[in-house]
Design a protein. Structure first.
Length: 115
């Protein structure tokens, strides 16, 4: 079983930055990918950024050039650096780990961007 714990959310003004962290614990084996999704009020959950176990990254068009996903294998932690935040980035951000056995989600962390 894998447990994911997000941190780093909060309130920030437009143009500001935040860094989200997702610490994974438990038995992590045969990892395929990890990443971040978000869900804004009244909207469906959407992919923000992903990273394959081999290090290939992909981003939603809306965050390209502003957000960066990275990982620290020694700490079993994945990060999302968010710069130039916009009010439309306001959402609950969820960490996700995908293995060949299952998909694991964190409980989410709220990011609020004010104009």
């Amino acid at each position: 079983q894998v447990q994911l714990a997000e941190s780093g959310g909060g309130s920030v003004q437009a143009g500001g930055s935040l860094r989200l962290s997702c610490a994974a614990s438990g038995s992590i084996s045969r990892l395929i990918s990890m990443g971040w999704h978000r869900q804004a009020p009244g909207k469906e959950r959407e992919l923000v950024a992903g990273m394959s176990n081999g290090g290939i990254t992909n981003y939603a068009d809306s965050v390209k050039g502003r957000f960066t996903i990275s990982r620290d294998n020694a700490k079993n932690t994945v990060y999302l650096q968010m710069n130039s935040l916009k009010p439309e980035d306001t959402a609950v951000y969820y960490c996700i780990y995908v293995t060949i056995f299952s998909t694991y989600w964190g409980k989410g962390t709220l990011v609020t961007v004010s104009s």
